[in-house]
Design a protein around this ligand. Structure first.
Ligand code: HGY
Ligand code: MN
Ligand code: MN
Length: 391
């Protein structure tokens, strides 16, 4: 289920998302879940125990969109495991209602805005972005209509007031569990991250006739800044900074680039270190623009602080890991997750499972079957622990 034959790419509300919805919906309905779509295309399945007297519900889930040329597990594995947990809860006759959400947009690839799905559920959707267009000139508003979603109000997407928490199961996407030969871990916090889109604007000109000292080369400026980004991150303990996107215009070999558009993704567990690095790198970009007589434009697409996971739920998760027979480890997440948005509106916890060779955002992303089973067993014990606590 991909936009591109031969590789996995599934951006926000593109046609292959319909196919994923069909699969997930059939699975949900086979378990007796009530299924609906909300205003931003989150697929939501609700299971209520027949004899339940309480309105309390736990929300479980993750995202089903992907990066380009993605692996098969980032996000969607968490949704499939969440649905499996409904089957477990039924078998265990747990008195807790479960809502499973397949978030529609976490990566932010199509429009540059991540977490559209979870922001809508957390009541933090910024309607001012609805007019933003993708590379094909389609706005977010139009993409929602094109996908066949009713123009219902966003209020209908906001989490039910009886939700007692959110839990996300996700691959670690890094090397730690592999290095320590662990199957699973609880997540202690999710590092803060800032994402910018930037643009140097110079003058296109002839590559053969324009002397070097008369150029206003936007691509050369971007190249100079990108090496500064890497140098800055290398000398700042724990900082990761990435320029993953770069587009030169008019992008022809014999034309000096009149403009260059590029991204910055920067993360650190301490918000002040990240914010200081963003300010410093923007200052350096400004100095490069001035020296080369270019213009610099930039917009902030995301700015999320480091988020601690809920202590009580994370303690339950660690207890569940031990009860399942594994050594309890809690670790920070360098990757962003819908959990960092949901944590803003309800107690939130995460469970990681090992990423063999620490690889992710790559077609060779993998999981081990025994780790998936382990995660399911731990999550079942977590549900039992939580259900016992709310009885
Ligand atoms: O970029 C991230 O951290 C996540 O995979 N969306
Ligand atoms: Mn991802
Ligand atoms: Mn993910």
């Amino acid at each position: 289920m991909t936009e591109e034959p031969g590789r996995t790419t599934r951006r926000f509300l593109t046609p292959p998302v319909h196919q994923v919805h069909q699969h997930l919906r059939a699975h949900m309905e086979s378990l007796g879940m009530e299924v609906r779509f909300d205003a931003v295309g989150n697929l939501r399945g609700l299971w209520k125990p027949i004899d339940s007297t309480s309105d309390k519900r736990l929300i479980l889930g993750s995202h089903i969109d992907t990066v380009p040329d993605a692996g098969a597990f980032d996000g969607v594995l968490g949704v499939v495991l969440a649905i499996e947990l409904v089957a477990s809860a039924k078998a265990l006759r747990l008195p807790l209602a479960l809502e499973v959400i397949a978030f529609s947009e976490e990566e932010g690839v199509r429009f540059g805005f991540p977490f559209i799905g979870s922001r809508a559920v957390a009541g933090r959707f910024d309607t001012s972005i609805l007019g933003h267009k993708d590379a094909a000139g389609i706005s977010i508003r139009q993409a929602i209509v094109n996908f066949g979603l009713a123009r219902e109000n966003l209020q209908g997407a906001v989490a039910d007031q009886h939700a007692i928490g959110f839990v996300e199961i996700h691959i670690e996407q890094g090397p730690v569990l592999e290095a320590e030969d662990l199957k699973v871990a609880a997540v202690s916090s999710i590092v803060g991250q800032t994402r910018l889109d930037l643009k140097f604007i110079g003058h296109a000109n002839h590559a053969g006739t324009t002397p070097m000292h008369l150029r206003h080369d936007a691509l050369a400026a971007a190249a100079e800044w990108i090496t500064r980004v890497e140098a800055h991150a290398l000398k700042t303990e724990g900082l990761v900074a990435t320029v993953g996107k770069l587009e030169a215009h008019p992008n022809a070999g014999n034309v000096i680039a009149g403009s260059a558009e590029f991204s910055l993704d920067i993360r650190h567990v301490h918000d002040t270190t990240r914010e200081t690095a963003v300010d410093e790198l923007l200052r350096e970009a400004g100095a490069i623009a001035q020296r080369r007589d270019l213009k610099l434009e930039w917009t902030k697409k995301m700015d999320e602080p480091s988020v601690p996971m809920d202590e009580r739920l994370t303690a339950f998760m660690s207890d569940a890991i031990e009860a399942a027979g594994f050594s309890a480890k809690a670790m920070p997440s360098g990757a962003g997750h819908d959990a960092m948005i949901m944590a803003g509106c309800m107690p939130t916890a995460m469970l990681f499972l090992r990423s063999p060779s620490g690889l992710s955002h790559h077609p060779d992303e993998a999981v081990r079957e025994e780790d998936v089973e382990a995660a399911l067993r731990v999550a079942e014990k977590f549900l039992q622990r939580l259900a016992a606590d709310i009885r």
